[in-house]
Design a protein. Structure first.
Lengths: 194, 93
């Protein structure tokens, strides 16, 4: 638990206590902001979406079911707000579902079609723009895939938590994550291949 | 390719496609012991799957490092959020 964290009185919070709700704001703002800014790619927009997320959460406290974690429920609201903002701005990612499909490996009678060219460890080590390449590759993913990568691989939420936040099954989380990772591998491939 | 598939089958090992479908579970250490062993034995015999697994794992590690490149939080993010809430009519005890 960090210095800014304290134990939340969930009963008081669900009863509408502003004091307890503001503890939640203090505790969860940094991570929620990181998730949202990684989705929308803009600081000001992410801040505004995060503020709306907390306001909506406060107004909808009665919809929280105790079988899920409070934070997971909060991320669900934040993700929906971020998706709505992306739709409203008609901002599309540079890859669509068909591109993701095209970037999956192909098999013939169960075996790899063609050969997989090795990645060069030297190329990896010397790649000065590695950080930017990875960042750009993630930003190109369609929202459905990007949000799973952000929550699971970057923020390290569990599969259960991601499934709850996105209201999909654990199996669907795994499938999306696998396809997203394979797409990212393909995007990095031409930069790192021997 | 067919010969390779035949050899894998004879050895009781999964196909490349089945191995590919195991990648995420393997990374999460959630494969049953029998499947994990078959996965690893296939990898030792298959250059393509071995290379692909290395690249898949490296990709995940690179993505996870994004976490360390922390997003800079805007100044007074929390203070501004609290101020926003407190001036909202919908935010009342």
């Amino acid at each position: 638990m960090s210095a800014t964290e304290s134990v939340l009185d969930v009963d008081a919070l669900l009863g509408g206590s502003r004091q307890e709700f503001e503890k939640l704001v203090v505790q969860e703002s940094p991570r929620l902001f990181r998730v949202i800014v990684r989705m929308v790619g803009d600081d000001d927009e992410a801040r505004s979406i995060m503020q709306e997320t907390f306001l909506q959460a406060y107004q909808r406290l009665d919809t929280f079911r105790r079988e899920s974690k409070l934070t997971t429920w909060l991320y669900a609201i934040g993700i929906n707000q971020a998706r709505a903002a992306l739709r409203k701005a008609k901002r599309t990612s540079s890859l669509d579902d068909q591109d993701v499909e095209r970037m999956q490996p192909t098999f013939t009678k169960g075996m790899f079609s063609g050969s997989v060219d090795a990645w060069s460890p030297l190329q990896m080590a010397e790649l000065s723009e590695r950080k930017r390449l990875v960042h750009d590759a993630i930003s190109k993913l369609p929202p459905d895939y990007k949000e799973v990568v952000i929550m699971r691989d970057i923020e390290q939420l569990s599969t259960d938590e991601v499934a709850e936040a996105l209201n999909i099954t654990n199996g669907a989380v795994r499938v999306r994550l696998h396809r997203a990772r394979q797409t990212l591998r393909e995007l990095l491939d031409s930069h790192i291949r021997e | 390719m067919l010969l390779k598939r035949f050899m894998m089958k004879v050895a009781g090992l999964p196909s490349c496609e089945q191995v590919n479908s195991f990648l995420a579970l393997y990374m999460d250490d959630e494969l049953a012991e029998k499947d994990r062993s078959a996965f690893e034995r296939h990898l030792r015999r298959c250059k393509n799957c071995s290379a692909y697994f290395y690249q898949y794992r490296t990709t995940v590690e690179l993505v996870q490092q994004e976490r360390e490149h922390d997003v800079a939080l805007p100044d007074e993010l929390i203070e501004h959020t609290l101020a926003f809430l407190r001036q909202s009519a919908a935010y009342a005890d």
